[in-house]
Design a protein around this ligand. Sequence first.
Ligand code: GDP
Ligand code: IMO
Ligand code: MG
Length: 427
Amino acid sequence: MAIDVILGLQWGDEGKGKIVDYLAASYDIVARFQGGPNAGHTLKFDGQKFVLHTVPSGIFREQLTNLIGNGVVIDPITLRRELGGLKEAGVEYESRLLVAKKAHLILPTHRYLDAAKEAAKGKAKIGSTLKGIGPTYMDKTGRNGIRVGDILLDNFQERYQALKQKHLGLLKALPAIDFDLKKEEVKWFDALGSLRSLQMVDGEYFINQQLAEGKKILAEGAQGSMLDIDFGTYPFVTSSNTLTSGVCGGLGVAPKNIGEVIGITKAYCTRVGSGPFPTELFDEMGDFLRKEGMEFGATTGRPRRCGWIDLPQLKYTIMLNGVTQLVVTKIDVLNKFDEIKAATKYRYNGTESDHLPYDLCSVPVEPQYKTFAGWQHPLENAKNYNELPPNAKLYLAELENHLNVPVSMVSTGPDRKSLILKDRYNS
Ligand code: GDP
Ligand code: IMO
Ligand code: MG
């Protein structure tokens, strides 16, 4: 058995949570492999809405095991809040939620540092979610981090204090900001209790054992490919590998075990935080997309920047991830448009190209658009692909042709049931 992967092909918030929750019904295990509470994955079903940050989006499917992999960074405070929400909703998670011992911990001072570093950058700030992600991954790669398994060690307190002191030293060189460290530390140590109550496992042995037993595993990406630390719009990126390649390091599996790579794109594009966004709309069209798509961050509530779909950008992330099937979400958000645009090429340095320049931050690109007629029709009654309005099908067919990857699902609303399955999934 192979591990299938679901990940976002844009700048995050493509609807990963919804699709993972839907597909989870046909898997045995869902595993998060990178990121942390910067993620906000929204699930809607039976009139309920949940936003998950650290817990994998398979948690609402009974029988299914969920693993928080070693590549994830965990804030015990956020995790405790999330677990509280699950308990309130009557979800039994204790026997089905595992945490890899090698996952790194986000300390209160990591969040403190995140905020102070952003303040120091002023106008050049990344627009971080301020969840402590960057500083925690810095300590991981700098070989100073504290891991989940360390909380069981006798010298855990000493290690915590040593890292905290190091952080306090760093903070001296940064602008003073409001942060009640004492209060946050009390909450943090208290929340460690919730983490301790979960099953801690050697994630790499667990996942390989499950593979050997023929279990079906789905890896759930967080953020988006354009936020990848290596290939995203650096430095306006997150601090982890968000691509398919991140699955291997973030779970401890060999590349040969990767199966289907399901890439998700919105039918348009959004970004939250700073950094280049070639097809961004600054006019009333952008405001309309934000309103229709309810584009406000699931983690921070910030308004998302909105624009047209960007095919050179998608070609790039499809190439990097080895995408085998495309899922197009939020197509219903375009229902009222009389015209829809898609960037098919960029013009920069006097030529047209469908390659991204080395540095989107310093090379201004002019997207070249193709215009499509809208369908101006609601989609809730469309139960299969053939029932979609002809212009919606034309738009999707053009995406397939241009990107050279088959569309396997089309999402027509936030609910679990608002999903049209195509070809291989169609029964
Ligand atoms: P994720 O981070 O990729 O899981 O995505 P988010 O949950 O941050 O953002 C996606 C938002 O769009 C959420 O509010 C979802 O409920 C919503 N959503 C998902 N799919 C659709 C869809 O097909 N149509 C509409 N209108 N909303 C959707
Ligand atoms: P999901 O999983 C959208 C963005 C932040 C910021 C940059 C760095 O819900 O798609 P960080 O806190 O990681 O240091 O912030 O990355 N960002 C996201 N944008 N969706 C996310 O996650 C994101 N996680 C981080 O806005 O620009
Ligand atoms: Mg999100």
